[in-house]
Design a binder for this molecule. Structure first.
Ligand code: BGC
Length: 755
């Protein structure tokens, strides 16, 4: 079992040994003992009114108590014992204030379900497919349903704050945490992650939006300095956050570890005060990532509202030191009020006062219903990348199937790190396969107990034989004697480390080549954290991308292979042909470069993230953003576009299922100014997933957000649409455009916030 992941924090931090018994005992004693009641208890009043009423009766100590969070797991390197009151082996806890009826904040990771920090007996819960997988559904309703489900499990597990909502763009395909996020496009990622947040918060709990911002790689994440141009940042990473914020209205935003243009993200006035709170009007609170607070007055004045996860920071900056800073005027009393008010407001707005925590009620979780939610998500997330000769779905004539590798006989892979959900259905230690992957964080490698093999066996009469794939020759021999060979290829990624390259690890490329050499009907099923290269692509018949498909992922994969489910996932991220196509051949900021302040320069690609970069550079990726095949065929027609009086563009088109099977199509709308001048040749402007029965057609109407037709003008502090002709396109990926129309837009200036 792993030790705590934060061992990965700086070595300096590890050297310090503290004994810290928990929250200052004096806090409780300072506060008047008698319970106080007041109008803040009236749920009919607005969150703002309740907050200001409550703030008036709070002591300084009580306000300070709200802005300081503790880790809720024993942490040996710092001789730290879990804070009393917090749920076992969980991410964090902020004690409540009984006399005022202020509930504790009980925090759990993360975006695919209720996670457990290092523990020999983790809580076992339903896991959704990875965040990237949910983005591959291109289905906001699916994202909402998944969020609602994991939020329910969080609440029943004793939590009212879920550290979910990761929306960092896939700027670096090797980023070890891409699986937690929503891909490379700000509109798709922001919409999907925003809906997941909304779903989580429908359970009267707070979700975060994280990691704000530009935390797009794990290498040197605790101190790397990201250089970014303001306008380019607003048109890329920040736009993803902005859309997620508007869509999901999270109670909290978690600032990230890295620096941005010199200042740590958690003491970055531009990011926190200017962009997030002023321009976007964020009314909730900013919490720091675990170990991302570096100061008292600079952080508080730059907009950090709550220090999290003590003792991961070097000091309890937001405890006595903050008290002192207020006393001596380095932080104003009004600012401390604002910090406390933002936390309280988020708690009121999300029903935390009206829905008290009640310890661990996990016995009441409806795992059967939740398995259906995660399975539906996985089924829509699976992307059929290649299907030569319609080898899939598996024909009735297939009598023998070789299943090779990936532990497909017992389960499916998940991603590692603080977001790790130990799966419901596993043995008490959470591991159906012991001793896989690193022993320590972000390990171990956790497999969800959902066997693709067993599920497929239930759907076919064919004889299935499994071999683990460690011996490529033996695998090839089995494949040669089978009608179809299915290789389950895995790419395990995790927090705190980036992939060294985009190749499948452990000689799996060679395994696939050997199998494909022995059987032309070779199907590769990928279980991956993010993009991988496929040096064997032209040798295999089919490729199915299942991502990390969650606790019912095996069933989902089997149903797609057998044709019970018609695949409808589309890539939320392009797969480059090789690392040579990336803006950076190697991940920047490796500590080995001995630079005192490792940095990464995002002005290199600017806002041209992912497909925008490839297209701008004339590079052809292996698979483009938006790509995804189906067992049926679709056609788009009647594309039309009309300007919406400064409010974007209205687009309509008709989608038709031209094949013989029911299926789901995604209307993808791309936009570009005819005169050029953007960061890239085109942007995704709008999308919609539509279910169509065989032969059915449906007209779809979509709106392109005006920000996606504009560029950000830093000097004017506004978005500007340049008057002229714009091309509106639809297609089956950003590369495969099937129809275009032109719309004329007048010059327009849009305010910096939501349209
Ligand atoms: C991660 C966060 C997580 C926190 C609490 C950090 O290391 O970056 O995503 O929420 O730990 O576990």
């Amino acid at each position: 079992m792993s030790v705590k992941h934060h061992l990965l924090l700086s070595t300096a931090l590890l050297m310090t040994t503290l004994t810290y018994a928990g929250p200052r005992a004096a806090l409780a004693a300072d506060a008047p003992a008698a319970p106080v009641t007041g109008t803040w208890q009236d749920a009919a009043q607005s969150p703002d009114a309740r907050t200001s009423a409550l703030l008036k009766v709070m002591t300084r100590e009580e306000k300070l108590q709200l802005v300081f969070g503790y880790f809720s797991t024993d942490f040996k390197p710092k001789a730290y014992t879990r804070i009393e009151g917090g749920m076992a082996d969980s991410a964090g806890y902020v004690p409540g204030i009984a006399r005022l009826g202020i509930p504790a904040q009980s925090q759990t990771d993360a975006g695919v379900g209720v996670a457990t920090q290092a523990s020999p007996t983790p809580r076992l819960r339903t896991a959704l497919p990875s965040g990237l997988a949910t983005a591959a559904t291109w289905n906001p309703e699916m994202a909402f349903a998944g969020g609602a489900m994991i939020g329910d499990e969080a609440r029943r597990s004793g939590f009212n704050v879920q550290l979910a909502g990761g929306v960092n763009l896939t700027r670096e395909p090797r980023n070890g945490r891409n699986f937690e996020y929503g891909g490379e496009d700000p509109l798709l990622a922001g919409t999907i992650v925003g809906q997941a947040i909304k779903g989580i918060q429908s359970n009267n709990i707070i979700s975060t939006l994280k990691h704000y911002a530009f935390n797009d790689q794990e290498t040197s994440r605790n101190f790397i300095d990201v250089k970014v141009d303001e306008a380019e940042g607003r048109q890329s990473d920040l736009l993803a956050f902005e859309i997620a914020l508007e869509t999901g209205n999270p109670g909290s935003v978690m600032c990230s570890y890295n620096r941005v243009n010199g200042a740590y993200a958690c003491e970055n006035d531009w990011l926190l005060n200017q962009v997030l709170k002023k321009d976007w009007g964020f009314k909730g609170f900013v919490m720091s990532d675990w170990g991302a607070t570096h100061s008292t007055a600079p952080a508080a004045n730059a907009g950090l509202d709550q220090q999290s996860g003590y003792p991961f920071d070097k000091s309890p900056y937001f405890k006595d030191a903050l008290d002192e800073a207020v006393n001596n005027g380095h932080v104003s009393a009004a600012r401390l009020d604002d910090m406390a008010a933002r936390i309280l407001r988020a708690m009121f707005a999300n029903g935390l006062f009206e829905h008290p925590l009640n310890g661990d009620q996990a016995a009441t979780i409806d795992y059967v219903a939740h398995a259906k939610v995660t399975q539906a998500d996985a089924e829509e997330a699976i992307v059929l990348l290649k299907n030569q000769g319609d080898v899939l779905p598996l024909a009735k004539t297939v009598k023998t199937i070789a299943i090779i590798g990936g532990h497909a006989d017992v389960g499916v892979l998940s991603g590692g790190g603080s977001a790790q959900v130990y799966p419901y259905g596993a043995p008490a230690n959470g591991l159906i396969i012991p001793n896989e992957g690193p022993a320590f964080f972000p390990g171990p490698m956790v497999y969800d107990p959902s066997s693709p093999l067993k599920a497929l066996q239930g759907l076919t009469q064919a004889k299935i034989t499994y071999i683990d794939g460690k011996d490529a020759k033996a695998a090839a021999k089995l494949a040669a004697g089978s009608d179809v060979a299915i290789v389950f290829a895995t790419q395990w990624t995790g927090e705190g480390q980036d992939a060294i390259d985009l190749n499948l690890p452990n000689d799996q490329d060679a395994l696939i080549k050997a199998v494909a050499g022995a059987n032309k009907k070779t199907v590769v099923v990928l279980e991956n954290g993010g993009p991988v290269v496929m040096p064997w692509l032209d040798k295999v018949a089919a490729v199915v991308d299942a991502w990390y498909p969650g606790t019912s992922g095996g069933e989902a994969i089997a149903r797609v292979l057998a044709g019970e489910v018609n695949p409808s996932g589309h890539l939320p991220v392009s797969f480059p042909a090789s690392v040579d196509q990336l803006p950076r051949k190697v991940v920047d900021g490796d500590r080995k470069d001995k630079a005192e302040h490792p940095h990464v320069d995002y002005t290199l690609e600017g806002a041209a993230v992912g497909y925008k970069w490839y297209e701008k550079k004339g590079l052809k990726p292996l698979f483009p953003f938006g790509h995804g095949l189906s067992y049926t065929t679709f056609a788009a027609s009647d594309l039309a576009a009309a300007a919406l009086d400064g409010k974007g563009v209205k687009v309509s088109l008709t989608l038709r299922n031209t094949g013989a099977r029911d299926g789901k199509a995604v209307a993808q709308v791309y936009v570009t100014p005819a005169a050029g001048g953007w960061e890239a040749p085109k942007r995704l402007g709008a999308f919609r997933k539509v279910a169509l029965k065989a032969g059915e057609s449906q007209s779809v109407s979509l709106t392109v957000d005006p920000r996606l037709l504009a560029t950000y003008d830093t000097a004017a502090h506004a978005w500007k649409i340049k008057g002229g002709d714009y091309t509106v396109m639809t297609g089956t990926s950003y590369q495969d455009i099937t129809a275009k129309v032109t719309v004329h837009l007048p010059d327009a200036t849009l305010p910096v916030g939501a349209p």
